[in-house]
Design a protein around this ligand. Structure first.
Ligand SMILES: [Ca+2]
Ligand SMILES: [Ca+2]
Length: 214
């Protein structure tokens, strides 16, 4: 009975490998921090390393904390990261990723208030150089939402460059949908699975044998 239970658990683990795309969070993202201005537009909750030159690495913070700014940058500046006169590159690191289905970026659609604008475009580097993808752009209150659908992307680390010709842009949240690559069982799981099948087969053979002789 114990062996049969182990087989069922192993089989259930394998069955989970075909999960549908769902929200996935990066283990870390690396980038040059936001700038200062009338308020501060840094990634205030970033929990990784902050180099003297402002480069952040090995942690996560405001961009993937699930918090979306409730108002424009000049009313609720805290939940934004803002960059000035640069097109920053953000490196996103995931636990092994089998499929990236969607990436969504929420910016303040300030339309020039304080020289803050939506960015011009986003380019993604999945290992073969930067490619500019066409987003679906929608608007939620004061936010401009850039949404990108992908197929066939399995890079567990990739870089997003946010291109801006304007002075400022303000980013409050990045969401990803996809599937993490949890499909491959550990070697120990395989060993247990094979041993379990063998034991169940042996039990079945013994049982058949017992039935015949009874
Ligand atoms: Ca956020
Ligand atoms: Ca901030």
């Amino acid at each position: 009975m114990m062996i049969r239970h182990a087989v069922l658990v192993a089989a259930a683990t394998l069955a989970c490998s075909s999960a549908h795309a769902a929200t996935i969070n990066p283990t870390s993202y690396d980038m040059i921090d936001g700038g200062a201005g009338v308020f501060q537009y840094q990634d205030d909750t970033y929990n990784g390393t902050r180099a003297p030159n402002g480069y952040l690495s090995g942690g996560v913070g405001e961009l993937t904390d699930g918090v979306v700014a409730a108002g424009p940058w000049n009313v609720t500046p805290g939940p934004y990261v803002g960059w000035r006169f640069i097109s920053p590159e953000i490196v996103f690191n995931f636990a092994p990723l089998s499929n990236l289905a969607n990436a969504t970026f929420r910016f303040d659609n300030a339309q020039g208030v304080g020289n803050v604008f939506l960015p011009d475009s986003l380019s993604f580097d999945f290992g073969g150089g930067f490619v500019q993808y066409t987003p679906t752009v929608t608007f939620e209150g004061n936010l401009g939402v850039f949404s990108y659908d992908f197929t066939g992307i399995s890079a567990s680390t990739f870089t997003v460059r946010i291109d801006s010709e304007q002075e400022w842009f303000m980013l409050t949240e990045v969401d990803f949908d996809g599937t993490l690559a949890t499909a491959v069982p550990e070697p120990g799981t395989w060993a247990m699975l094979i041993a379990g099948f063998g034991a169940v087969g042996a039990m079945a053979r013994r049982r058949r044998g017992a039935t015949v002789t009874a």
